[in-house]
Structure formats: C-alpha cells, structure tokens
Design a protein around this ligand. Structure first.
Ligand SMILES: [Zn+2]
Length: 77
C-alpha cells in the first residue's frame, strides 16, 4: 500500500527538496523513494513541503524510476 503525497509533491524521477523531520517522514512512509541527505554542512532552512518548520536538503529519487534503469536488480531503501 502506497500512502499518497499531494500530487504536486510526487516525484517521478529525481528532485532536491528541503524537508523538515515531519515531512521527511511522510516521504519515507510512502516507501516509494530513496532519500539521501545532500549537504551535511548546511544550516537549517525552511521546509519546501510545509513551508513552516525547518529542515535540511534531501535528494528524493523514485524507486520505480530506478528499477527502470537497473533492470532485475533489487533495490532497498
Ligand atoms: Zn515540513
């Protein structure tokens, strides 16, 4: 079962987005994305998702898209 994100926040390929811990969890709970922190030196910035709390930049990659590129390979988050 996939938990749905608001349509304009779904990622079909790959994107960089600033996420607070709460919104980061929403992405993780969909189990549809690989999520990596991209700038460990960064100070906290306003979250692009809720535009309220503060967090860090993450790279969000669609697992579906990755499977397309790596045929037959099993990918775990
Ligand atoms: Zn947020």
């Amino acid at each position: 079962m996939e938990r749905k994100l608001p349509a304009h926040y779904r990622v079909n390929d790959e994107t960089d987005i600033c996420l607070c811990p709460v919104c980061l969890r929403q992405y993780r709970e969909t189990n549809s994305y690989l999520i990596t922190r991209i700038n460990r030196e960064q100070t906290k910035e306003r979250c692009d998702f809720c535009n309220y709390r503060f967090g860090y930049d993450y790279r969000i990659r669609s697992k579906q898209r990755l499977r397309y590129f790596v045929k037959g390979a099993e990918i775990r988050a």
